[in-house]
Design a protein around this ligand. Structure first.
Ligand code: HPA
Length: 357
């Protein structure tokens, strides 16, 4: 096995220079750097990252713990994390906590035992133990997607939830709907709570009162949403329009409607939180809020690396805007494909001033 000394000899430089090229610890002249890289290539030299970690106490790896990685939303987050991690010369270890507090705590401990330099975690609905563990072990951590209020304070990266959900409600109200139902997510997740708050503020903005009968909990999952939608449809005075609070629950709601032979938007208008690749293949095409999923993943990596570089700076929360993708399940005539996409925060501000401004 060729060693660093072999590389140094072949490139005509010192071992220290080879080390600086490998670790980026000091700037090296471009032609010297190239000579070192060429020598490594020629000799078939592979750096031993384990040996390097023993010297630096850094593994140049980060851990990612997100549940439901088969859900396209989280798959795209993963793509964003992976690309940004690689761009910065870090490697990635992935775990799925299955949205289960005990399992979550266990996989995060395993990642920590692997001595990842930091972690990106989408916490479950009961994150108490997890957060206590991360705090106790001082693991540099970014909470992703689901935010947590109060101490211990962590850096957090998430999408806007309240304004965009409110926009879906005001859009439906603007089309004349007075009974707008919500298929809400699992209580305890900040995304569920914020989308519920957005639903309520949309009703208020549209001059409609809140009726708790029109909110059914779908557990953030397809099967739960199917049951929740069925319950809403069997009300004595059922909703004429529905907002579903994530992509999986949209699928469940559509199943419940299909099983009852109800059509969208003729029998019931539908607006969804979460866009997904095949949302425009449904007939009618689904009006949806698109989350910046890849960008959320990439931003979480940037925030984590900034934390590693400056461990003592105060923690902060980054919120990224969503996009309203106006199609036709809301009951509007089919709008031109791209012309009615806009960032929800911008439209929401406009709506505050009045829908026509
Ligand atoms: N959070 C945010 N958006 C989502 C989720 C979630 O857990 N699941 C599907 N879309």
């Amino acid at each position: 096995m060729p060693t660093m000394a072999d590389v140094a000899r072949s490139a005509g430089v010192s071992v220290a220079t080879v080390s600086h090229v490998l670790n980026g610890t000091r700037p090296v002249l471009p032609h010297t750097r190239q000579a070192v890289l060429d020598a490594m290539d020629e000799l078939g030299y592979t750096p031993n990252t384990l040996a390097r970690s023993l010297v630096t106490s850094r593994t140049r790896s980060i851990g990612l713990a997100v549940s439901a990685i088969s859900n396209p939303y989280f798959t795209e987050i993963l793509q964003g994390v992976e690309a940004e991690t690689l761009r910065h010369g870090y490697s990635l270890l992935i775990a799925d906590p299955h949205d289960d507090p005990a399992h979550e705590r266990k996989v995060v401990q395993l990642l920590h035992e692997r001595r990842v330099d930091g972690m990106i975690v989408a916490p479950s609905a009961e994150p108490g133990e997890l957060l206590a563990y991360l705090d106790r072990h001082r693991v540099p951590t970014v909470l992703l997607d689901r935010v947590v209020e109060g101490p211990p304070h962590f850096d957090q990266v998430c999408a806007e939830n309240t304004g965009p959900t409110s926009l879906l409600v005001t859009h439906l109200a603007g089309l004349g709907h007075r009974r707008i139902g919500l298929v809400a997510g699992l209580p305890g997740l900040s995304t569920s709570g914020e989308r519920l708050a957005g639903y309520r503020s949309g009703l208020t903005a549209a001059g409609l009162s809140y009726d708790e009968q029109l909110v059914a909990y779908g557990d953030s999952a397809s099967a739960g949403a199917e049951r929740a939608t069925a319950a809403l449809l069997s009300l004595a005075d059922p909703p004429t329009a529905l907002v579903t609070a994530n992509n999986a629950m949209t699928i469940g709601a559509l199943r419940a409607l299909r099983d009852r032979g109800l059509s969208v938007p003729g029998d019931l208008a539908l607006c969804c939180f979460d866009d997904f690749a095949w949302a425009d293949l449904f007939s009618p095409r689904l009006t949806a809020i698109a989350q910046p999923s890849k960008e959320l993943g990439a931003e979480a990596v940037r925030v984590l690396l900034a934390r590693l570089a400056a461990p003592d700076r105060p923690a902060g929360t980054v919120r990224l805007p969503c996009t309203f993708v106006h199609r036709s399940s809301c009951g509007c005539a089919e709008p031109p494909a791209r012309s009615t996409q806009f960032e929800t925060s911008e439209k929401f501000e406009k709506f505050e001033k009045g829908p026509d401004s």
